[in-house]
Write a protein that binds this ligand. Structure first.
Ligand SMILES: [Zn+2]
Ligand SMILES: [Zn+2]
Length: 272
């Protein structure tokens, strides 16, 4: 877990990003703010070589909300000047290609200077390659098969969760979603379900318009317990936690009202 955060600028919870590490390769899900520095810290603390800068070359974006993407230009450009020679491959819903193209345009003066201004830069690692993908298998190599599927995130036309099948584990990352049976079907006894959550109890402290918003866009702890009871993950990891004054034990208590399996509240740099 590189970042477990939300739009709230909480220094203890970096922007949402999960690193699936398989066979020495890294598959990132989302690029919240802070993603590159969190990867550097995880590499330092846990000596995960797969998180070295040259290896940050693949990311799967769940949806284009800013809290999941403001780290994208960082991921496109910073590892390049730290010896990544391969272009960043960016997979995401429709609109991803446009976002990447516009970011490349926004940073074109930087890119031109680094390429041609005397900096001893490599001439390949800057060129991000974007893929607008549809639900279904979106990526495959000898380590993983990655599938995208639609979730229900308010008025977003396209918001994805991703399912990773490795040689020894099935991992589902929800992205942002209100409760949806799509998660139940995709997990179906999976090894690890990483799912967003907000505090059902503390929702009452929010104004009515925010309560309506969160109900349409996100999943409460009680609702997640119901989803997990039917999805039956071997391990449920909470992330993108909206606490509003609650703590981890309160969130876990809500989930456990209906889910009796293993559950932990994810934290930045947690390894699961
Ligand atoms: Zn979000
Ligand atoms: Zn969102």
């Amino acid at each position: 877990m590189l970042g477990s955060g939300t739009p709230n600028a909480d220094p203890d919870h970096s922007g949402p990003s999960v690193a699936i590490v398989v066979g020495g390769a890294t598959y990132l899900v989302d690029a919240g703010p802070g993603v590159v520095r969190r990867a550097a810290l995880a590499q330092r603390v846990d000596s995960i070589a797969a998180l070295r800068m040259p290896n940050l070359d693949r990311v799967f974006i769940t949806h284009l909300h800013s809290d999941h993407t403001t780290g994208l230009p960082d991921l496109m450009l910073s590892p390049w000047v730290l010896d990544r020679t391969r272009p960043l491959e960016v997979y995401g819903p429709p609109g991803t290609t446009r976002m990447v193209r516009l970011l490349q345009d926004a940073y074109s003066e930087d890119i031109q200077l680094r390429l041609h201004g005397g900096e001893p830069s490599n001439k390949t690692g800057y060129a991000s390659v974007a893929h607008d993908v549809k639900p279904g298998v979106v990526y495959q190599d000898s380590n993983v098969t990655v599938s995208a599927f639609e979730v229900a995130h308010g008025k977003w036309e396209h918001a994805f969760a991703y399912r990773f099948v490795t040689h020894d584990r099935v991992i589902v990352v929800s992205g942002d979603t209100r409760p949806t049976d799509a998660i139940v079907r995709a997990c179906d006894g999976c090894d690890v379900l990483v799912h967003e959550v907000y505090s059902a109890k503390q929702l009452a402290t929010r104004t009515p318009d925010w309560q309506a918003y969160h109900r349409a866009y996100h999943t409460s702890g009680v609702e997640l317990g119901d989803i997990a009871a039917r999805a039956r993950p071997k391990l449920l990891v909470l992330y993108h936690q909206l606490y509003w004054g609650a703590d981890d034990s309160e969130l876990l208590r809500e989930v456990r009202e209906k889910f009796s399996g293993n559950v932990v509240s994810g934290r930045d740099l947690g390894v699961y």
